[in-house]
Design a protein around this ligand. Structure first.
Ligand code: NAD
Ligand code: IPM
Ligand code: MN
Length: 359
């Protein structure tokens, strides 16, 4: 297979974790005889510094000419006081919107060898296996009006029926390939958008009689994610709720540093990125966990290129390295040696080589 992959490292730990992920992609290419043409572009703070634009036209053109995009992270204190249009985060929102990447898939699965780092009791966390399906191109992040004056500010939570329909259908389709359960999360006791959301879920579920659907309010969902996270299969929700709940869910399994995501539309094109941000306080120190970025490459192989065997090879290698007791600083047990980003990545690469020799 021959594919073009755009890589946008971004800010903070973005360059470190994408470098690790690209190395793993290169090993997959070599081992499975694929060709991935990797080209780099700028987004976020680095793009503001270079082009006074968090998403320059040439980056959009690069992504348009590619089959998939790998992104590190954007943002940092250097740009925090910038006006809204010149914030790194604006570049991320703009690329999601430009490519109509309405479905953000954030899998959260417990790995036995990481449970020591979970803030929850082992028996609560050990069977967690959920997929958060976050709507990504609507809601509060994009609704108009959005503006402020000195003493007032407004953001608008807007959803159309069509926007809700496509994400809900996506969630039902995903649930069919899993345990057949969907929790639709809203705030229908207060918000008009949530009432429409519920109506659409009720309508769409008629075509999926095999799927068990539950409506849940977002506040109690936040609570149940902690008390009984293993009860969730697919969680579908609007943009902002999904942002918050996915960070909450990420730590159940140990660290934000291991959670990948796929932002996709219907035709196979997708943007793959860790759920975590640019972690400016550890940038450049070799402390970043590259697992989320590496597992985002696995999601790219699976969702954009239909290379399931290659994707599983990466997931297996990552899990084996954890099982062998190798961790970066965010996951390490007291008294154990901390591996740097590069050392940990090399362990994954060694493991992929071992797999290949033994198969
Ligand atoms: P963050 O995710 O960057 O960091 C939260 C905490 O997790 C920090 O303690 C950090 O050190 C740790 N952490 C995150 N990723 C890690 C990794 N791979 N390995 C080890 N530790 C890791 O969130 P934040 O601190 O709220 O935000 C920092 C900046 O990142 C902000 O500018 C924010 O806007 C931006 N951000 C970007 C994205 C993105 O690009 N997708 C996502 C979230 C936040
Ligand atoms: C994420 C991030 C982004 C979001 C920010 C950086 C705009 O938190 O990808 O989860 O809120 O979507
Ligand atoms: Mn977030």
């Amino acid at each position: 297979m021959e594919k073009k992959v755009a890589v946008l490292p971004g800010d903070g730990i973005g360059p470190e974790v994408t470098e690790a992920a690209v190395k793993v992609l290169e090993v997959i290419a070599r081992r499975f005889s694929h060709t991935f043409h990797v080209e780099y572009g700028v987004i976020g703070g680095v793009a503001i510094d270079k082009h006074q634009n968090p998403l320059p036209d040439e980056t959009v053109a690069l992504c348009e000419a590619s089959d998939a995009v790998l992104l590190g992270a954007v943002g940092g204190p250097k740009w925090d006081q910038n006006p809204s249009a010149l914030r790194p985060e604006k570049g991320l929102l703009a690329i999601r919107k430009h490519f109509d990447l309405f479905a953000n898939l954030r899998p959260v699965k417990a790995v036995p060898s990481l449970l020591h780092a979970s803030p929850l009791k082992e028996e609560v966390a050990k069977d967690v296996d959920m997929m958060i399906v976050r709507e990504l191109t609507g809601g509060l992040y994009f609704g108009e009006p959005s503006r402020r004056t000195a003493d007032a500010a407004v953001d608008s939570l807007v959803y159309t029926r069509e926007e809700i329909e496509r994400i809900v259908v996506k969630a039902f389709e995903i649930a069919r390939l899993r345990r057949g359960k969907v929790a639709s999360v809203d705030k229908a006791n207060v918000l008009e958008t949530s009432k429409l959301w519920r109506e659409v879920v009720e309508e769409k579920k008629k075509a999926y009689p095999d799927i068990e659907v539950e409506h849940m309010l977002v506040d109690s969902t936040a609570m149940k994610l902690i008390t009984n996270p293993a009860a969730f299969d697919v969680v579908v929700t609007e943009n902002m709720f999904g942002d918050i709940l996915s960070d909450e869910a990420s730590v159940i399994t140990g660290s934000l540093g291991v959670l990948p995501s796929a932002s996709i539309r219907s035709d196979g094109f997708g943007l793959y990125e860790p759920v975590h941000g640019s972690a400016p306080e550890i940038a450049g120190l070799g402390l970043a966990n590259p697992a989320a970025a590496i597992l985002s490459v696995a999601m790219m192989l699976k969702y954009s290129f239909n290379l399931d065997t290659e994707a599983s090879a990466i997931e297996e290698a990552v899990n084996t390295v954890f099982e062998d007791g190798f961790f970066t600083a965010d996951l390490v047990e007291p008294g154990k040696r901390v591996l740097s980003t590069k050392e940990w990545t090399d362990k994954v690469i060694d493991e992929l080589d071992t797999q290949f020799v033994s198969n």
